[in-house]
Design a protein around this ligand. Structure first.
Ligand SMILES: Cc1ncc(COP(=O)(O)O)c(C=O)c1O
Length: 429
C-alpha cells in the first residue's frame, strides 16, 4: 500500500486539540517507529471510545467503522456482551484451571449448536493465529504433516500459522518455517488434486471459504464442496478457516453452509469476541479432536478458555440468535454491495477493476495499488474507516457491522462517492 499525507479535514469534522501527538511520541519511543509513522499518516488521532458502528477519537471526531478487520459483526461494545463480561469480571474473570469452568462449557455448547453437524468439540484460544496453530498441531497428531494451503491464503502470523499464510513479505524474514508446505492455486480443484495425489494420506488442507486478506476472492460455486470431496478421496484432513468469514460475516453462520460442507476442523475468531474480548476457537469432529480430548495437557495455554473470554463468546452467540444477526448480515450486505456497485460504476474499466462481495465482506479492486492508500485516507478525512487487504494490495476491504442504521449507510455511500471522486483526480486509472 502506498500512503501519502491525508487530505485536509472537512468542515463537517472540525478537530479539537488532540492528545494524539503525545501518543505518537510514546509509540515512537516505546512501541515502534513504523506504527507511529502510520498513525501520523492516518491523521495522528488516538481512538478512545466506541459504540455500535462508531469509534471516537481524542480530538472529538467520530468515525463510522466499516473496517475493523472483520471483528465487529455486532458492532463495538454490544450492550449484552458488555453486560455478560462485566458480570464475569465481578464474579470470576480468570480461572484456577484446577476445577472445571462452567462458562467455558456453556460457551462450547452454544457454539457447537451452530457449527456444521459433527463439529461438537471446541478448543478456545486467544487469537485467530492460535486457532490455526491448534489445528496444525492436531493435524500432526494424526500424522498429517504435509500442509496444503492456497496462494494468497491468510491464516495468521505465528510461526506455524505463517507457514500456511502464503505471502513472501511476511514469510521470508522468518524462514525456515514449517517443512512440507505446498501452495496450490485458490479456486482450482485440479491443482489441489495434483498436490493431494503426491501426498496421499499425509496431507492436511487449509482453506478459506472466501479469501478475506487475499482481497475478498470469492471462489466459483461448488469449489468448497469439491475440496471436501477431494480430501475425502485422498484421506486428507480438511481445515476450513472461518476466522474472518464465520459468525455471520458472509450472511450465513459459516461460509461452508452455502455448500453444506462438513470439514474435520473449523476455525473461528474475530466476530466471536462480540467486539469486546479477544477470543477465537478451533472446533472439530470427535474423531479429529480425539488426541486433544484424551490428553488435556497436550496443547494448553494459561489464558485459553478464560471465563471472561468465554462469557463474551457465549453472549455473542446468544445475541446472534436473538437479533437474527445472520439474516441481518445477508440483507444489509446485499444493500451495501448494491450501493457500492452503483457508486463505483462510473469508474469501472478505469480506476476500479471490480466490486465483489458476499454478505458483509466486500472488496473494491483497483487498477492501481496507489488508489487503495489514497482512498483509505480520503475516507478517514471524511470520517469513515475502511481496510486494505494484507495479501492483495489492490483491494480495499469493507467489513461493516450488521448493526449499521440507514442514515449511517447513506453517509457511507455519500462519503465513498466523494472520496472516489477525489482519488480519481489524484490517481490515473
Ligand atoms: C482467515 C484468517 N485466519 C487467521 C487470521 C489470524 O487471526 P489473528 O489476527 O486473530 O491472529 C486472520 C486475521 O485476519 C484471518 O483473516
Amino acid at each position: 500500500m502506498t500512503l501519502s499525507p491525508p487530505p485536509a479535514r472537512t468542515e463537517a469534522q472540525p478537530a479539537r486539540a488532540t492528545a494524539g501527538t503525545d501518543v505518537v511520541d510514546l509509540y515512537l519511543r516505546h512501541i515502534g517507529s513504523g506504527r507511529a509513522v502510520m498513525g501520523r499518516v492516518m491523521g495522528g488521532m488516538a481512538e478512545v471510545r466506541s459504540e455500535g458502528a462508531w469509534i471516537h477519537a481524542d480530538d472529538g471526531r467520530r468515525f463510522l467503522d466499516f473496517g475493523g478487520y472483520g471483528v465487529f459483526i455486532l458492532g463495538h461494545r454490544h450492550p449484552a456482551v458488555v453486560e455478560a463480561v462485566h458480570r464475569q469480571i465481578d464474579t470470576h474473570p480468570l480461572a484456577s484451571r484446577v476445577f472445571l469452568e462452567p462458562v467455558a462449557a456453556r460457551a462450547a455448547e452454544a457454539l457447537a449448536a451452530h457449527t456444521p453437524p459433527g463439529l461438537d468439540y471446541v478448543h478456545f484460544v486467544n487469537s485467530g493465529a492460535e486457532a490455526t496453530e491448534a489445528a496444525l498441531k492436531l493435524a500432526r497428531a494424526h500424522g498429517r504433516n504435509c500442509l496444503i494451503t492456497t496462494r494468497k491464503g491468510f491464516h495468521g502470523k505465528t510461526l506455524g500459522a505463517l507457514s500456511v499464510t502464503a505471502n513472501a513479505t511476511y514469510q521470508t524474514p522468518f524462514e525456515p518455517l514449517l517443512p512440507d508446505v505446498v501452495q496450490v492455486e485458490y479456486d482450482d480443484p485440479a491443482d489441489l488434486e495434483q498436490a493431494l495425489a503426491a501426498r496421499c494420506d499425509r496431507a492436511c488442507v487449509v482453506v478459506e471459504p472466501v479469501q478475506g486478506e487475499g482481497g475478498v476472492r470469492i471462489p466459483r460455486p461448488g469449489y468448497l464442496g469439491q475440496v471436501a470431496a477431494l480430501c475425502r478421496a485422498y484421506g486428507a484432513l480438511l481445515v476450513v478457516d472461518e476466522i474472518q468469514t464465520g459468525m455471520g460475516r458472509l450472511g450465513t453462520w459459516w461460509g461452508v453452509d452455502a455448500e453444506d460442507v462438513r470439514p474435520d476442523i473449523l476455525l473461528t475468531g474475530k466476530g466471536l469476541s462480540g467486539g469486546v474480548v479477544p477470543v477465537a476457537a478451533m472446533t472439530a469432529t470427535a474423531q479429529a479432536y480425539a488426541p486433544f480430548s484424551r490428553d488435556p495437557y497436550l496443547h494448553t495455554s494459561t489464558f485459553g478458555a478464560s471465563p471472561i473470554a468465554c462469557a463474551a463468546a457465549l453472549a455473542t452467540v446468544r445475541v446472534m440468535e436473538s437479533e437474527d444477526t445472520v439474516a441481518r448480515a445477508a440483507a444489509l450486505g446485499g444493500r451495501i454491495l448494491a450501493g457500492v456497485r452503483a457508486v463505483c460504476a462510473p469508474y469501472e474499466g478505469g480506476l476500479v477493476r471490480e466490486v465483489r462481495g458476499r454478505g458483509l465482506l466486500i472488496g473494491i479492486e483497483f487498477a492501481r495499488e496507489q488508489a487503495v492508500g489514497e482512498l483509505l485516507l480520503e475516507m478517514i478525512a471524511r470520517g469513515v474507516l475502511v481496510n486494505h487487504s494484507l495479501n492483495s494490495t489492490r483491494v480495499l476491504r469493507l467489513t461493516p457491522p450488521a448493526v449499521v442504521e440507514d442514515a449511517a449507510l447513506d453517509l457511507f455511500l455519500t462519503t465513498l462517492a466523494e472520496a472516489l471522486r477525489s482519488t480519481a483526480a489524484r490517481v490515473a486509472g
